[in-house]
Design a protein around this ligand. Structure first.
Ligand SMILES: [Zn+2]
Length: 251
């Protein structure tokens, strides 16, 4: 059986009206930044890679800690992570890839196509990109360290990727069987519990219908156990069990 941990590596404030779709409230909204670690299988598996100091400084992130040091605090050397499942290629999920020099990265084909295609560079999308980190994707692919996935995929027994899109062209989420039941790592298919629980989308989207369908997929995968881990929600630390500062045991 797997164990799942959320590892927090930063925080940032925005406003509800800048974040949620057609929202009028100016209330402050705090995002937490996480990578997730799956233990208990044949080797550790990381979900997403966070970002480096450059993005932390440029984007006004508070309480930044290197995602690699968070992984090490959880008991795994960064260089010993052989597999990282990449939910999507936004800077806060991909720009830390160099912290994990032994990893193979599994990414959806639609996601790779989008960020190497005609729209990524446009003003509507480029703010979510770290261009150097995206360029590294090509180098890593030619070094046989990228596995490009097309659709849903079993990673290991009891551990699956589900392509949902919506927020980005090839966003994938992760389901993990644990002793407590099925954990769903939504990443940015549901930044906050508010998204999936009220069906309220966010503003950063490639397909609104796919984002709405993703909420259905999350609920179907989670079932009655409701072990849903929202991608950027400070409530993750209240709904699950903090075991050390920044380390939350999900199951
Ligand atoms: Zn994100």
């Amino acid at each position: 059986m797997y164990e799942v941990y959320a590892l927090k590596y930063g925080e940032r404030d925005t406003t509800a009206c800048q974040f949620f779709y057609r929202e009028s409230s100016h209330a402050t909204l705090t995002l937490h930044y996480f990578v997730w670690l799956i233990m208990g299988g044949p080797h550790p598996i990381l979900v997403d890679t966070g970002f480096l100091d450059d993005d932390a400084h440029a984007r006004g992130i508070r309480n930044y800690v290197s995602p690699a040091s968070m992984v090490e605090r959880a008991g795994v050397k960064a260089a010993d992570v052989p597999l990282a499942l990449i939910t999507h290629l936004h800077y806060d999920h991909w720009a830390g890839h160099s912290l994990f020099p032994g990893a193979e990265y599994w990414i959806q084909q639609d996601e790779v196509a989008f960020w190497t295609g005609p729209y990524g560079r446009t003003p509507a999308f480029r703010g979510s990109a770290n261009v150097n980190a995206l360029a590294g994707l090509v180098t890593l692919n030619y070094a046989n360290r990228v596995r490009i996935i097309d659709g849903d995929r079993e990673v290991l027994p009891g551990l699956r990727l589900h392509r949902v899109g919506g927020h980005t062209a090839g966003l994938q989420i992760v389901s993990v069987e644990t002793a407590r039941g099925t954990v769903v790592l939504t990443s940015d298919a549901s930044h906050f519990y508010h998204n999936v629980e009220t069906r309220h989308p966010v503003q950063i989207i490639t397909s609104l219908p796919e984002m709405l369908d993703a909420f259905e997929t999350i609920d179907a995968l989670a079932g009655a156990g409701r072990l849903i881990v929202a991608g950027h929600d400070p409530q993750v630390a209240e709904r699950f069990t903090p075991v050390e500062p920044g380390i939350i045991k999900i199951a």
